[in-house]
Design a protein around this ligand. Structure first.
Ligand SMILES: [Cu+2]
Length: 341
């Protein structure tokens, strides 16, 4: 390898390492929740123990090969066979003991991490139900006060430092809830109640991804998680509880009429309107979200046009049909959807 290509080869891992340091959008190394930090500590312990054992194995291997060569040369020279050395036997016993101690240490570290995660998960302050659907996430913020129960989709907001229990369910097949920056992974199984608790310790926007193959658009079943200070979270919740704002321009009004009386309303709910479908994502504050179609693309006017006009070409197999809107209908529908802030 020439020096220049060698330098280039060395730079790439460094760049990736830099990206890992500063980009925790979807990363196990983000330690953005108490659970993830505990996992990370356990990971470093495993890595250190395994690296130590690996170096020892390679060291003994090299020493063994060198010794075998020496012995062979000795046999050729003297014609005498070598006797096994007592040091060999004690090394072997020491090695077996080291393996036992190493495995025991890893088992203890796993146990302590498990207990400490369970402890962090007690005393939950917030309960959210996330239901998997092909291929999007239905999200309900539970509250003893029914007027505070919030229904939304595909974007999960969590308050910083508050233990949040996420109840997991599925409406169709098995999905898996996985937000690497926040910690573990848990399946969503139809008819079975699973849950995972997170205590976020860093604000930011994190990406989650369905981690169980669930059909053709599994890869486009992602989730945006926003961790924000408690006050911002309370403000967000209060705003999301508001009904959809009334359209103010003639174009948005035309879109409102089409959306709330046309085929869209059979599947989608828009709070405060007659659109009350329950089998597709809630659209009440659609335009306030950061992404569209379960993070298939960022929220923007252009992407709204593309998605409403022909969802089947963007996410083939998606349950939302391509309706074949006339251009004036499309303009009106997008104008209305953009008001759903
Ligand atoms: Cu999936």
């Amino acid at each position: 390898m020439r020096p220049r290509s060698l330098a280039r080869a060395a730079v790439l891992p460094l760049l990736l390492l830099g990206a890992c340091q500063y980009q925790h959008y979807q990363s196990d190394f983000g330690a953005a929740a108490v659970e993830d930090r505990q996992f990370l500590t356990l990971f470093w312990i495993f890595l250190a123990v395994c690296a130590f054992m690996y170096v020892l194995v390679i060291g003994f291997l090299i020493a063994g090969i060198a010794r075998a060569r020496r012995v062979e040369a000795n046999v050729v020279e003297t014609g005498r066979h070598h006797q096994s050395h007592p040091l060999m036997r004690s090394t072997l016993i020491g090695w077996a003991a080291l393996i036992g101690v190493g495995l025991f240490a890893l088992a203890v570290a796993s146990f302590i991490t498990d207990r400490s995660m369970a402890k962090a998960a007690t005393n939950e302050k917030l309960s959210v139900t996330v239901t998997g659907n092909q291929w999007w996430w239905d999200i309900v913020y539970n509250s003893a006060d029914a007027s505070k129960t919030l229904h939304t989709a595909n974007e999960l907001h969590l308050p910083l430092g508050v233990p949040t229990r996420i109840l997991l369910d599925s409406n169709d097949v098995i999905h898996s809830f996985w937000v690497p920056s926040l910690g573990g992974k848990q399946d969503l199984i139809p008819g079975r109640e699973n849950d995972i608790t997170v205590v976020p310790r860093k604000t930011g926007i994190f990406r989650g991804q369905c981690a169980e193959f669930c059909g053709v658009q599994h890869a486009h079943m992602a989730l945006v998680v926003v961790v924000e200070p408690y006050a911002d979270f309370v403000k967000w919740w209060a705003h999301q509880l508001q009904p959809a704002p009334a359209p103010t321009t003639p174009l948005a009004l035309a879109g409102y009429k089409y959306v709330t009386t046309g085929p869209c309303s059979a599947c989608h709910n828009i709070g405060g309107t007659t659109a009350s479908g329950q089998i597709a994502p809630d659209l009440t504050h659609l335009a306030s979200r950061k992404s569209l179609a379960a993070s298939t693309m960022p929220m923007s006017e252009g992407n709204l046009y593309g998605w409403v006009e022909d969802p089947q070409s963007i996410k083939p197999g998606v349950r939302m049909p391509t309706i074949g809107l006339e251009p004036n209908q499309l303009h009106a529908v997008v104008a209305y959807l953009e008001t759903l802030k």
